[in-house]
Design a protein around this ligand. Structure first.
Ligand SMILES: Cc1ncc(COP(=O)(O)O)c(C=O)c1O
Length: 386
């Protein structure tokens, strides 16, 4: 689709077949000048660079996120170096003496899962996890569970990291939660991978994602879309959360910004936002919509699955796909296989970059691939796995 725009990445790894767009997405060439610009701004303006960051870089990045997700108020978008920071900050919104009742799925990424398990160990939270299988009824079962108890926090991925399964019933899920519950959608595997329209849910639910994967911007550019009108006062709070009140002295309750700034931390490396803006500007200038990117990735997946069916590789048949073919899916394919670790090593030995989550091998497809890359991948896999 647009290989030429990834020439620096390809040039740095000649011969590598990189099929991990869902993990570390290559950065388009357009991000390099932006990265350099950060260095130059830091040299030229020293600590005055923050004026530019808050007057230009942050509003621009907020605008991109709002445009891509259909958010009504860009200023509700907060940024942080990683999603872990938002997990901790959201948990800190709850009254510390009361046990937090959490409803989630059994397929959440480690950032949420680890923190939640640790809080559970400490007796701070009580968790119920809804299994994905059978995936056909996941949405209904999740909604029923939401209605069954007075949850404090409902946390769900829009696309599961270990299968690529897309939760389609987002609107029903957001509104089935008890009115007092915080609803948080982890959209990391959806953002810039498939079209997402939050216009009907952003007033009810928090939404988080970041730049490392499909947004092609690398680390340090995670965001949280905070529902407009939110008045929560996270206990874990950085001094950026109330810039305007810094001079006001310390009498009275700790102040918070009216908008999404209330979920900010403190001093951060803004180069991720420079790269994010450059990547999003580039996509827009080339007319690469998220619809097109998703359609391209899905078409390559189908080509790959057809090729696998012909190649008859016992350990990587379409039957190993989770969830099975036909399920709503994001931009990667996950195969559940016996001996995944050894297979992964054999594949890596042929200069093919994919990744593994436990028993699952993940192959990710993106705009820097074309059909010829998929055909090469099939040839190399046949050689590596026969
Ligand atoms: C679903 C999901 N959420 C979040 C993240 C990133 O987490 P963090 O920014 O805390 O490293 C990932 C990364 O793989 C992910 O797959």
């Amino acid at each position: 689709m647009t290989k030429a725009h990834f020439s620096r990445f390809h040039g740095a790894n000649p011969g590598l077949l990189h099929f991990a767009a869902h993990s570390h997405h290559p950065w388009p060439d357009a991000t390099q000048a932006a990265h350099d610009r950060y260095w130059i701004d830091s040299a030229e303006a020293a600590d005055r660079k923050w004026v530019r960051i808050f007057a230009e870089t942050v509003p621009k990045a907020q605008g991109h996120v709002a445009r891509l997700l259909g958010l009504s108020q860009p200023r509700q978008v907060a940024f942080a170096p990683n999603t872990h920071e938002f997990v901790a900050r959201l948990y800190s919104c709850f009254e510390p003496r009361r046990r937090i009742r959490v409803l989630t799925s059994s397929h959440e990424f480690h950032s949420f899962r680890r923190q939640t398990r640790r809080l559970e160990e400490a007796g701070r939270v009580q968790v119920e996890e809804i299994a994905l299988d059978p995936w056909e009824t996941f949405g209904e079962r999740f909604v029923a569970a939401e209605r069954s108890s007075p949850w404090d926090l409902v946390w769900l991925s829009q696309v599961f990291f270990d299968s690529g399964f897309v939760v389609r019933d987002l609107e029903a899920i957001c509104y089935a939660a008890p009115p007092e519950a915080l609803v948080v959608i982890d959209g990391y595997h959806a953002f810039c991978a498939l079209p997402v329209d939050l216009s009907r849910v952003h007033r009810r639910a928090f939404y988080l994602a970041g730049g490392y994967k499909y947004a092609m911007s690398g680390e340090g550019a995670c965001f949280l879309a905070v529902p407009p009108g939110c008045t929560l006062r996270p206990m874990d709070t950085g001094w950026f959360a109330s810039f305007d009140a810094l001079e006001a002295g310390s009498a009275g309750p700790v102040p918070y910004a009216e908008d999404g700034m209330r979920f900010w931390g403190a001093t951060f490396d803004a180069s991720g936002l420079y790269r994010f803006n450059a990547a999003m500007d580039w996509l827009a200038s080339e007319g690469f919509t998220i619809d097109r990117i998703h359609a391209h990735a899905r078409a390559l997946q189908e080509r790959f699955l057809e090729g696998l069916a012909h190649a008859r590789l016992d350990m990587l048949t379409p039957g190993h796909l989770v969830p099975h073919r036909g399920a709503p899916r994001g931009n990667f394919l996950a195969f559940d296989v016996e001996g995944a670790e050894a297979l992964h090593e054999r594949i890596a030995g042929q200069s093919v970059k994919i990744d593994r989550r436990g028993r699952r091998l993940r192959f990710g497809f993106g705009i820097y691939h074309d059909a010829a890359d998929v055909d090469r991948l099939l040839v190399v896999l046949a050689r590596a796995l026969r």
